[in-house]
Design a protein around this ligand. Sequence first.
Ligand SMILES: Cc1cc2nc3c(=O)[nH]c(=O)nc-3n(C[C@H](O)[C@H](O)[C@H](O)COP(=O)(O)O)c2cc1C
Length: 363
Amino acid sequence: MASEPVSVKEFQELARQVLPKMHYDFYAGGAEDEHTLRENVEAFSRITIRPRILIDVSHIDLSTTILGYNISAPIMIAPTGMHKLAHPEGEIATAKAAAACKTIMVLSFSSTCTIEEVASCCNAVRFFQLYVFKSREVSARLVQRAERNGYKAIVLTVDLPRLGRREADIKNKLVKPQLKNFDAVISTEVSSDERSNLQFFSRALDSSLCWKDINWLRSITKLPILIKGVLVPEDAIKAVEVGVDGIIVSNHGARQLDYTPASISALDEVVSAVGGKVPVLFDGGVRRGTDVFKALALGAQAVLIGRPVIFGLAAKGEYGVKQVIQMLSDELELTMALAGCPSVKDINRSHVRTKHQRPLSML
Ligand SMILES: Cc1cc2nc3c(=O)[nH]c(=O)nc-3n(C[C@H](O)[C@H](O)[C@H](O)COP(=O)(O)O)c2cc1C
């Protein structure tokens, strides 16, 4: 592609060109038939925007606040593993881009740079994403390191009791790079070959994790806890009951259970069930500013982006991540102007119509 990319889609194409097939497939792929992977993006096209006219949009304010932290636009960085497969600077480049764009980065449990390296490279507001291993001690030590190093929240990912079946990775015989965070915490009896095996990761996960374990997590950290991977209102209600500080509606970028609904299709019901008691964030399939707008209209406080960040990183490192976030922010700003919403708080449920929704009665 000779000219500068003008959309996330074009960044994806650049990433495909520069990455080895095995790594591109790892980032772009989803579980099994990849039905939900396609749906995550396509479901946005079934939601239409109801623009309002003759509203002063000479100044558009994209800024918002998440758990008390001001960010320049409601677009955060989702936790995605192993950024060094996309770019040699890995998560350090991503964090610097987050700082430059004044947004929040959620560092993955499976990062290739350490908790400490990412903390010391810049002043981005960082949350730490957690998986719980059978050896609780491993997860507890990582949480404590995150807390000591100034991470501001724990994002507990709950949709991965086992690793989803990603057939491209199986075919490509994907080998994980060294995850340095674990060097000091995983028994030296586990060889590095064994650790590079995706099945080792799957076997290490504590698939007995359940609601009562939120109390265990509370007992080892003072940080706010968000749970990521909520798709149905029943679970959203339970999450509020056990006292989480936030919910992330997500199907893990369609990498876990195929044939779950598109993430955006689950948002409306979850938001209603939560009833404003805790913030609801959203991820899955966001590729345009209009997608961000639709998620906000359906009640998300902010969206997180996974693959778009990786595509930017692979294509152009830190600069590419900045460009992707800026591009989506610019698109959101334009959408807000054209839809008659001068600020994020002006966006509401009346600004979108979903496929199954009857036209609003005129009286
Ligand atoms: C390559 C890749 C790695 C991921 N790794 C993690 C992870 O380590 N922890 C986690 O909670 N979610 C992980 N996710 C899921 C993302 O946090 C997020 O839910 C998803 O990417 C959002 O969809 P999008 O990629 O369409 O934006 C990963 C997603 C991808 C694509």
